[in-house]
Design a protein around this ligand. Sequence first.
Ligand code: GLU
Length: 471
Amino acid sequence: MQNDMPNVVTRFAPSPTGFLHIGGARTALYNWLFARHHGGQFLLRIEDTDLKRSTQEAIDAIIDGMKWLGLDWDGEAISQAGRASRHAEVAHQLLETGKAYKCYATSEEIAEAREKARAEGRNFLGDLWRDRDPSEAPEGAPYSVRIRMPREGETTLQDAVQGPVTVQNDNLDDMIILRSDGTPTYMLAVVVDDHDMGVTHIVRGDDHLNNAFRQHQIYTALGWTPPTLAHIPLIHGGDGKKLSKRHGALGVEAYRDMGYLPEAMRNYLLRLGWSHGDDEIIPTEQAIEWFNLENIGRGPSRFDFDKLDNLNSHYIRELNADSLLSLIRNDLENEIQHSLTKIEEERLIKGLPALAERAKRMPDITENASLFCNTRPLSLSENALKALSGDTPEMLAKVANELEAVTDWNMSVIKAAILSFAEAEDLKLGKVMQPIRAAATGGKQCGDLVETLEILGQEETIGRLRDRIAA
Ligand code: GLU
């Protein structure tokens, strides 16, 4: 935490029209990291003004996604729609100071003026009533409220990522801030909310840069200080094209379901647009310490599943056995169709770290973990079946007898017993080990075989070998 910039307030302002997609998650992460780095606040505002497109399911999905990613926000989530009367109040304040005006134009008149401007090659500025006297309007006629944009000169914004960005003021239309039905427009709502929430810094996608110029004029008209803006380039697919589902434009819950860990997602999304030298592995604590706006890249980033997999396998290896077990428990119990017994739990605690060594996603572990459970007779993979063909079951029965004689069930003794059996039978070690592996694991991946037998225990191991004879 740094105190060089007191009272930092950031926010994430999703529109609840769908899940929390990967771009939104990155935006949320950057705002969160910036706030946490400065010991400031990170606020959540649900931009639900578009009542037709906003849904409770989407709000829940966003909130669940944020929680899963570990991006905690300060205070209650704010509903933008719930603040409509405050937005209208500010629109009226602008009317009173003459920074906004009433527009009585009908939709037909506006369509006509827009068409005329297009035909003459001009921008349509929506300014039909800019210089007209409201007394010219018919009694009680409905009106919208439009902001009076500057017509001269240009406006330059200092964006923390893009640098200085300039717009000619005569490109800015007198946009509506309050509709004729009295509802505020999105552009006004964003400015009023950010101001009232005390937001000091906004990180968001660069698809909002055009809005920034228009929002800036609302700040100026109100005499409010605009926040620092950081517009980040959007995420592209690995082929450089706009991100689609195929490229990974999915909701964060899809990543959770694919078996990615939140810590890996945070690290990946951080690196997808922000850098600290060549560092790839940046755990969250370190990210909070290092995060700044200066190191956000200006070029579009490309989504890359291989990189995400690499980071995920790193963070999977960092998990201790208890965490691994609690992450897979549900799926595993579903697969084996019983609650884990004490003895199965003990085996898993010993066996899971070896499975984690080679896993990229959590299902790589779950799919193999049942080998430590009591599911005799094991169902066999095709390869295991092959390894157990011919007279191998008879050989395994002999191995089982040898192993039964072992009095101290540990790796070195088990290994010695198998070695001496191979020698006595004049068999190559592989010829003995391969069928043991097939019978003991059913063809599941595991770490060192002898270690796996030790973990399974003497009775279970021998049972599995003898099951092959009975089969
Ligand atoms: N609600 C907007 C969106 O979901 C974000 C607006 C903003 O960050 O200013 O894209």
